[in-house]
Structure formats: structure tokens, C-alpha cells
Design a protein around this ligand. Structure first.
Ligand code: C5P
Length: 202
């Protein structure tokens, strides 16, 4: 079938990851969580590899190496993500993934604006900082991390600011993106809202 790209952007813990996985399953297309690319580069930086070199030599195996979903790696990811040469090194891989036969869902911060401005569908998923911090807190606690909700909220706000204020590919909605605010939506309703938008264009 024809390539069909679904771009899903939004801040940390907005629900975009959950929505992306569900939408990919529903429409039978491939899914790339682009945050993992930046997390993998961040993890390498913490091991002492210069970030631009890490980005240029990144392989699929690096995306599966260990637990990349820790608070420490999230913070490192948002630091390497401000480096223009790191972002440039990751563009081709993401664009090739987006044009796969059978369609693709990519979620991140700059998919609709920079990576896939021609995407057939663009969603921008948001929720209030407090709701997002609460979700991330529950995820971290479930994994055995020791933290507080205030600490997670401070991290979420710091990471949002770094993502919004950077010069290269800042977090923002594409002009033609459809907004989904998940602050007061359960998972099923949030997924349904996304499915409706996509089904109308498919
Ligand atoms: O989505 P996730 O929380 O895994 O992303 C980690 C970090 O990677 C983000 O805070 C952001 O700085 C960066 N990122 C990015 N562009 C993307 C995806 C993630 O800059 N497309």
C-alpha cells in the first residue's frame, strides 16, 4: 500500500506515546518513538561518547539497549536534543521510516514541523503540566524509582522549557496540526479522538 505518514507531537507524558502505539496497531502500520533516538544518544553521552559521534553511529540495536526510560536519560536526551548536528544526523533515518510501505506513525517533538512536514495526518497531543507530571510519577514509581510528585513536576517543566526554547526544531504544533488535549480524557477516549481524525483522512 501507499506510504501514509501520521505525525504525532507533544510534550513529555502528554499521552502521545500511548496514542501512537494504539493508532499503529489499529491501522496496521509501523511505529517509531523518536524520543528513543535522543534517549539512546543521551545514554551514550552519559557513558562518555561525544553526542554528535553517538548520533552519527547510532544503530537499531542501540534503541533496545537497556532501559532508556529513566529520568536521568530523559534529562540527558533533552540536552543532546538542542545540538543541531545531533538532530541533523537523525533526520534521514526518521524520514526513511516515515515513507515505509504500509504507513508509519512517528511520535516526537518536531515530526509535523521538521521531519515530516508533508505528513498526511498531524496531531498535537497536550495535557496540563500537573496531569503530565502525575502520569510520569505513577510510571516511575511503578518501576521502583524513588521520587516525589513535586520533583517530577519540576523535571517535566524544565524539560518542556528546554524543548520549547531551543533554536533548532523547538517543540511547537504545525499550523495544520489537530490538537488533542488529554487532560480530562481516559486512554480509550484519547485514542478514539485520534482514530477519528486519522480515519477521516485515510
Ligand atoms: O519523548 P521522550 O520523552 O522520550 O523524549 C526525550 C527527549 O528527546 C525530549 O525531552 C526532547 O528533548 C527530545 N526529543 C526531541 N525531538 C523528538 C523526540 C524527542 O527533541 N522528535
Amino acid at each position: 500500500s501507499e506510504p501514509f505518514t501520521i505525525a504525532i507531537d507533544g510534550p513529555a507524558a502528554s499521552g502521545k506515546g500511548t496514542i501512537s502505539r494504539a493508532v499503529a496497531a489499529r491501522f496496521g502500520c509501523a511505529h517509531l518513538d523518536t524520543g528513543l533516538l535522543y534517549r539512546a544518544v543521551g545514554a551514550k553521552m552519559l557513558e562518555g561518547v561525544p553526542p554528535v559521534e553517538a548520533a552519527r553511529t547510532l544503530t537499531a540495536a542501540d534503541l533496545e539497549a537497556g532501559d532508556l526510560r529513566t529520568a536521568e536519560i530523559a534529562d540527558a536526551a533533552s540536552k543532546v536534543a538542542v545540538i543541531a548536528d545531533v538532530r541533523a544526523a537523525l533526520v534521514d533515518f526518521q524520514r526513511a521510516f516515515a515513507r515505509r510501505a504500509g504507513g508509519a506513525v512517528l511520535d516526537g517533538r518536531d515530526i509535523g514541523t521538521v521531519i515530516c512536514p508533508q505528513a498526511e495526518v498531524k496531531l498535537f497531543v497536550t495535557a496540563s503540566p500537573e496531569v503530565r507530571a502525575h502520569r510520569r510519577y505513577l510510571e516511575l514509581i511503578a518501576k521502583g524509582a524513588r521520587t516525589t510528585e513535586d520533583e517530577v513536576l519540576a523535571d517535566v517543566i524544565a524539560r518542556d522549557e528546554r524543548d520549547r526554547d531551543r533554536a533548532t526544531a523547538p517543540l511547537r504544533a504545525a499550523e495544520d496540526a489537530v490538537f488533542i488535549d488529554t487532560s480530562h480524557l481516559g486512554i480509550e477516549d484519547a485514542v478514539e479522538a485520534a482514530v477519528e481524525v486519522i480515519a477521516a483522512k485515510r
